[in-house]
Structure formats: structure tokens, C-alpha cells
Design a protein around this ligand. Structure first.
Ligand code: ASP
Length: 621
């Protein structure tokens, strides 16, 4: 394995535009990220003992005296040693002559992954021994002095990307996992993108980067919050699920273009691809409408997009929530492929098939279908084979009509469902994705990972029926979201029908952002909180008061940075783009967090643990 000189490429892009390439194959292509306004390569070796990085030396450095620091990646026949740092690999010649016995001893005896410092001359490799796969493959280092900076004990796993290791092991030894090429690439790309976002927002568009508290109070509705005990008996802080209230209050305070790389906390238990703490690019603006926010975000993403990825095409298409649900069965459609949901209710209106008639006679009853191209020659057919008999019967009856409506071909499979509109659509939406998985296991490329398909989803409902009690309402997003201007009258008559001024940003089937135009009228906010949502308005009296003191119209958005970087880098999990993530169950496996606290340390907080009697936790204590 050779560590490509991707980083220098990444920065070399600074001064000249680089042709956009498709997704680089691991380790085989140099990677680049254009920072258009920055014109200089950063100085990687300022303030430190090394003169150069391991990955940067070329024939142009021949004859130079250099000092390098790095980890021992590889040693061959006590003659060659390959030294690695974040920038790449370089070959070091272990001196064989007697006078250099001490240098040889250090370099031959140091275990792999030990940290060494070597000084010597850059020389060219003997003819025929150049390594074209290695960016530094034309040269090697003739060592004069060497120092073992720190020896490495036997590692729990090898620092080679191709070595398979469980995620639990990677998380337990995260500091070792971070040495891998992939983690280095992901975290450095993340830093680059955030840098560009700051530049775009602050320098090009006058935004102000403002930090807001993470010790806050409980917010009604929305996600569950983590509690932090205080020394006042029975009083707690909450960790905010987002800076929502603060950013709106900043608008009232006249800081009319705010942004923050904000840490947010949600105690939502274990869910795949969620983290209890995560990062948002949080934005709020005064005097803005939906199109203003959308244009800002399109520009922001285009500006900060890595140059080695397929480009971001703006403006992003837009779809209403109703259309997304009807066509893709979800509010975050993956628009990289078709297999759209088709309404075939009319085909079955006059048939005798009992369950279809039954479904169609109910309110919002429909028959819907999706067509899986070449499903019959793939796993898809096996997956659904138990229902084949009945399907054949339906097809016999309605073959021609269905073929025409759904444009089916010889080997296609049609999946059909009947029932209430939303339920039927979301079922087919899930099957659509499962079938895509099945087809892709057979090598069909439906969701090209190098394509970036952005989509705005708009016109969400303002309220949803509460899960626990469907007769009550809850905010579809958060209670500060403004109603759609043309639906305001419905607030007082049919609030369930009110659409909101909320917008979601979807990328390749992932929700990567969401925001809204906010309510800036205290009376309307009070009505929604107290009358429609039945919330305790005392908890939000500061917000209601602020809106009454000359609050400007305002709106904003938050981009989920972890998810965005995950999609950009094509990583399998958001944990791969976070330096120290929590496990699936919300634990830090490296430091064993959360951890127990001795009872005496809980006393100042007036807290006592009531141990569950039958749980494993109780047994453990
Ligand atoms: N605070 C919202 C969220 O975290 C985003 C927004 O409305 O700006 O989802």
C-alpha cells in the first residue's frame, strides 16, 4: 500500500483550477480541493523540528539536507525503511557502514509504528528502482542521524486501511484508527469545507460567527434533551438540541446575519447514523424569504464543494412534501434513480378483487405501484416470490392497462399495494429502496455514489397528529416555524391543513439540512404555542417577550455537517467523519463514557441513583 500524496494535491489546487474527476478510487488518485481565494500552499513544517513532510519530497529536492519525523510503516531486510506522516510515505536507506552502527541499530530495532526523527540527504534512487506508484518514488533519504522519539508497543491492529477490523475495535483505539488514510482524508476534507464555508459566509456575505450557550433550559416539544444537574436542588440545565432560540434572539438583537458551527445534543437513544452530539452549520438572517435562504445555501455548497468531486449544480430542484410522498414515498427522496410510485387506482376501480375494492372505498384509499426494472432476473423476484400467485392473477386481469400505465418491460417486476394514501406510499417508498439495494447487490448501479443529487422539499404541513394522542397536534418541525402565508386563515379553522414555510435540503436520499421562515409576531406565536400545541408558554416567555420588542422578520436553516461530509466522502457511517464519535449505543468505547459517579459526588447535585432492580446495570454494581 502506498500512501498517495493527496494532501499536496489538495492544496496545489489552490492556485489553479483542477479538472473535476469522478470519485477517486481509494489510494489511487490524488485528491484536490480548490480554495479559490487562498493562493498559497500552507506551510506544513513551520515551527517544528522537521524541515519537510514525508510525502512532499521529489527529484527537485535532490541534494537537500532534510529532517523528517514520522511513524515507521515498513522495513525491508534491515536495508530500507518507509517512514509515514499525514502527508505520505518516503523511503529511508538504513546505513550499512560500521561508522553508522548506532543509526542502524535505532532504525533496525525500532518496532513498527514507532516514531522516529531522521536527518539526511535527498538522493535519487538507483536507475530501475524508482517506484512510480509512490509520489516520492524517485528519491530516497540517505540518513546521517536518527533518533527514536518513541517506541511503539504491539498494536491491537495494523495501521493499514485494507486490514479489516471491527468498528468496536476501531472506536476503542480511535487514536490509532485516526492514523488511517481514510480518517485523515475525511477529517482534513471536513476542515477544508468548513474553512470555505466560513470564508463564504463571513468574508463574502457579512455573516457574524457567534457562539451560543450549551447550558440552557428545556425546550418544549421536539427531540429529547440531555439534562445537566445543577447545585440548586431539583434544578437542571438542558443541552440544547440546536441554537434555535438563541439565533432568533440574535435577530431581535440586530445581529442580522448569524452563523455558527454549532454543537447540538439530542438524547434520542440508539439510531443508526445519529449521534447524541453532532454539528450543524447553523444560520439565521433577518429580512429574508425562503428563496433568499435557498440561494444562500446553494452558493455556500457550491463554494465549499471539494474540487475532486462531481460538481454541485445550482439551483437545486424543488418538490413539495406532498409530491415527494406521492412519488417517492418519503420526505427525503433519493432522486438519483427512478422507480417512482404510480397511482393505479383507476385500473382497479371496477374490479371484483375484494381487498382492492375495500381499500378504494375508504377515505384516501388508493392502489399504488412501482416498477422494478429487470426485477425478474434479480433477487427482487425471489424476495417477493411468495406473493407471485396472486400477482399473476392480477396481472392476467389487468396486464395491458398496467403495462401501458407503468411502461413495464419484459423482465420487470411490479410491486403493488392498496390502502390509505400516505401509508401505501411510504410502504412503497421503503420497498423502492430495498429493491435498489437488491439490484445493486447484482452489480446494477442505480445510485451512483459520485453523483450529488440535491433537492429542496417544501410546503410541509405545519402540524402533525401526536403519536401518543392523534387528536392533539405537534409541530412537524419546531414551534417557531411560520405558517404558509396563504394558509394562515386555516390556523383558526382547520390547523391540520396548514402548510408551513419550512424547507428541507435532501442530498442523495439523506436529509442534510432544514430550516424555515419564523414567526415574528408574538400574538401568533402565543396562539400556536398555547392554543394549538397546548404547550406551557411560561417556558418560552422570554421568546414571546422578545418578539414583542421589535423583532424583525427572519428565517434560517441548519445543515447537518456530519451527514453532509459523510455523503461527500462516500463514507459508510457518520462515525467515519467525526474524530471521536459515540458508538451505536451512545458510548465512547475508548474512555468508557458514560461512566458511574460515586454517590458522594452526586450529593452536591441533590441526586441519588435509583438502581433498576432487575437490570444488568444493577448486577454490575
Ligand atoms: N434548528 C433547526 C434544526 O436543528 C433548524 C432551523 O430551523 O434552522 O433542525
Amino acid at each position: 500500500m502506498y500512501f498517495p500524496s493527496w494532501l499536496s494535491q489538495l492544496y496545489r489546487g489552490l492556485s489553479r483550477p483542477i479538472r473535476r474527476t469522478t470519485q477517486p478510487i481509494w489510494g489511487s488518485l490524488s485528491r484536490s480541493l480548490v480554495l479559490s481565494s487562498q493562493r498559497r500552499n500552507p506551510e506544513f513544517s513551520s515551527f517544528v523540528v522537521r524541515t519537510n513532510t514525508c510525502g512532499e519530497l521529489r527529484s527537485s529536492h535532490l541534494g537537500q539536507e532534510v529532517t523528517l519525523c514520522g511513524w515507521i510503516q515498513y522495513r525491508r531486510q534491515n536495508t530500507f525503511l518507509v517512514l509515514r506522516d499525514f502527508h505520505g510515505l518516503v523511503q529511508v536507506i538504513i546505513p550499512q557502514d560500521e561508522s553508522a552502527a548506532s543509526v542502524r541499530k535505532i532504525l533496525c530495532e525500532a518496532p513498527m509504528e514507532s516514531v522516529v526523527q531522521v536527518s539526511g540527504t535527498v538522493i535519487s534512487r538507483p536507475a530501475g528502482q524508482e517506484n512510480p506508484k509512490m509520489p516520492t518514488g524517485e528519491i530516497e533519504i540517505k540518513v546521517k542521524t536518527a533518533e527514536l522519539l518513541n517506541a511503539c508497543k504491539k498494536l491491537p491492529f495494523e495501521i493499514k486501511d485494507f486490514m479489516k477490523k471491527t468498528e468496536a475495535l476501531r472506536l476503542q483505539y480511535r487514536y490509532l484508527d485516526l492514523r488511517s488514510f481514510q480518517m485523515q482524508y475525511n477529517l482534513r476534507l471536513r476542515s477544508q469545507m468548513v474553512m470555505k464555508m466560513r470564508e463564504y459566509l463571513c468574508n463574502l456575505h457579512g455573516f457574524v460567527d457567534i457562539e451560543t450557550p450549551t447550558l440552557f433550559k428545556r425546550t418544549p416539544g421536539g427531540a429529547k434533551e440531555f439534562l445537566v444537574p445543577s447545585r440548586e436542588p431539583g434544578k437542571f440545565y438542558s443541552l440544547p438540541q440546536s441554537p434555535q432560540q438563541f439565533k432568533q434572539l440574535l435577530m431581535v438583537g440586530g445581529l442580522d446575519r448569524y452563523f455558527q458551527v454549532a454543537r447540538c445534543y439530542r438524547d434520542e437513544g440508539s439510531r443508526p447514523d445519529r449521534q447524541p452530539e453532532f454539528t450543524q452549520i447553523d444560520i439565521e438572517m433577518s429580512f429574508v424569504d425562503q428563496t433568499g435562504i435557498q440561494s444562500l445555501i446553494e452558493g455556500l455548497l457550491q463554494y465549499s464543494w471539494p474540487n475532486d468531486k462531481n460538481p454541485v449544480v445550482v439551483p437545486f430542484p424543488s418538490m413539495t412534501f406532498a409530491e415527494a410522498l406521492a412519488t417517492y414515498g418519503t420526505d427525503k427522496p433519493d432522486t438519483r434513480f427512478g422507480m417512482k410510485i404510480i397511482d393505479i387506482s383507476d385500473v382497479f376501480r371496477n374490479t371484483e378483487i375484494g381487498f382492492l375494492q375495500d381499500a378504494l372505498s375508504k377515505p384516501h384509499g388508493t392502489v399504488k405501484a412501482i416498477c422494478i426494472p429487470e426485477g425478474a432476473v434479480s433477487e427482487v423476484q425471489k424476495f417477493f416470490s411468495t406473493r407471485n400467485l396472486f400477482a399473476n392473477f392480477i396481472m392476467e386481469l389487468k396486464r395491458q392497462e398496467l403495462i401501458r400505465l407503468m411502461e413495464t418491460q419484459e423482465e420487470d417486476v411490479v410491486l403493488l399495494t392498496a390502502g390509505e394514501h400516505n401509508k401505501a406510499c411510504s410502504l412503497l417508498g421503503k420497498l423502492r429502496l430495498e429493491c435498489a439495494d437488491l439490484l445493486e447487490t447484482r452489480g446494477v448501479v442505480l445510485r451512483d455514489p459520485t453523483l450529488f443529487s440535491f433537492l429542496w422539499v417544501v410546503d410541509f404541513p405545519l402540524f402533525l397528529p401526536k403519536e401518543e394522542n392523534p387528536r392533539e397536534l405537534e409541530s412537524a418541525h419546531h414551534p417557531f416555524t411560520a405558517p404558509h402565508p396563504s394558509d394562515i386563515h386555516l390556523l383558526y379553522t382547520e390547523p391540520k391543513k396548514v402548510r408551513s414555510q419550512h424547507y428541507d435540503l435532501v442530498l442523495n436520499g439523506n436529509e442534510i439540512g432544514g430550516g424555515s421562515i419564523r414567526i415574528h409576531n408574538a400574538e401568533l406565536q402565543q396562539y400556536i404555542l398555547a392554543t394549538l400545541l397546548k404547550e406551557d408558554v411560561k417556558l418560552l416567555s422570554h421568546m414571546l417577550q422578545a418578539l414583542d420588542y421589535g423583532a424583525p422578520p427572519h428565517g434560517g436553516i441548519a445543515l447537518g455537517l456530519d451527514r453532509l461530509i459523510c455523503v461527500v466522502t462516500g463514507s459508510p457511517s457518520i462515525r467515519d467523519v467525526i474524530a471521536f464519535p459515540k458508538s451505536f449505543r451512545g458510548h465512547d468505547l475508548m474512555s468508557n463514557t458514560p461512566d458511574s459517579i460515586p454517590p458522594e459526588e452526586l450529593k452536591p447535585y441533590h441526586i441519588q441513583v435509583s438502581w433498576p432492580t432487575d437490570s444488568k446495570a444493577a448486577k454490575a454494581h
